[in-house]
Design a binder for this molecule. Sequence first.
Ligand code: ZN
Ligand code: ZN
Ligand code: ZN
Length: 461
Amino acid sequence: MTNPIDLPDDLRAVVMRASMPDYTEWQRQMRAIGGCSNPIRLIGRRVVSDAATGKVIDVFDTSALMPGYLLKGCGNRRASRCPACSKVYQSDTYQLVRAGLAGGKDVPASVSEHPLVFVTLTAPSFGPVHARHRQTGRDGLPRRCRVRRESEPCPHGLSTSCLRRHQEDDEAVGQPLCPECYDYVGAVLWNAHAGQLWHAFAVYLDRHVAAAVGISRKALRQEAKRSYVKVAEYQARGLVHFHAVVRIDGPDGPTSPPPLWATTGLLEDAVLSAAKTVSVTAPGPDGDRTMRFGAQIDVQHIVLDDAVQSQGLSQRHVAGYVAKYATKAAEVAGAVDRRVRRLSNLDNADVTPHARRMIATCLELAELPEYRDTTLVNWAHMLGYRGHCTTKSAAYSTTLSKLRGDRAEHQAAKHREALGLPAIDPTKVVIDAEWRFVMAGLQRGEAAIVAALRPRQHAAT
Ligand SMILES: [Zn+2]
Ligand SMILES: [Zn+2]
Ligand SMILES: [Zn+2]
């Protein structure tokens, strides 16, 4: 038998933690929150009373629990920060997107008959970068990165051609062929204005729909409502792409049938023409720049899960796609997942030279008078993109907080059932809760245990 004293430090910490009196209950709670990487300890109580009579129905008090605290998940959406909580966020996002396509969560199933498209809006090029091509050439091998026969080297003496066949995990992918030639100011300004460009696109879209139907925008608002859910995806080159579901409903949202003129074809044409014409002005160190979407604009029809898939993307596919990107951010482009105030913050960080240059450019632009009042400096780690990763219009479907509330209610009901207690009607009670934060994070020895508690992650997502 090994004496804990003789064990390596890490293992000894695990053994010590597992021998503490609160361990069993800690482990039970930790399992319940899916193995969160940064759990929050709370103390306090929650009292549920009958709304009509004031009679106390249920009391939950952490002082009655063996460890004397309640663990709550950190709720971080980023997979790089908390695999457990990001999994929950991903599945909630999936439900939210799917409800807006197929119905459910108070959205009628008839919504799937409304005009619906899945749109991808890309960023333009700010200079050649190493690329991995999905398509294969006539020889069956992946296409070469960038073939430019008889091309002159760039002013810095670097080749403007790359004959390699990059693999997906190749660190060169997304990095510029010549960082000195690459337009970093343009790239960061594009990310910084991408959110604004999206909003302008939405306005243009309404305008183009109204023009196609031949009515005024005011009349359009009385006849139809446009809603969307969108997610920002970082490409390897550090620029943001948008993927969005766009839908046309009747004037009252998903519960009302769209007007007769509203067809998927009309919506598709309006999306394409709005995306091609929209622009916003971005002030830069060398004057104003006009920001537009890249030429690659993709519009796909969305079909029922059991329909012929060649006619479009299935509802499941679209919901899965949006949910997947909802838990990722700039770290997938070789940046970091927390704020950077000065470049020295990156000294020990695992950052690609390209991401570092984007961050440096962002910090420089934040010093310009035009951006000093903005919070650009806060978004350097997002490579300038200031928007939220996932956004939706109010009428699209349900909300994440509603889904969270429903889940908590469901769990509480299951817990009461297991204890043999009568069910509580949530509409007829008043809940008084008082929680105090104790600490966040894992203690010595806990991280290794949590890793083992976590349900296995699916590699495909
Ligand atoms: Zn967490
Ligand atoms: Zn290359
Ligand atoms: Zn160059």
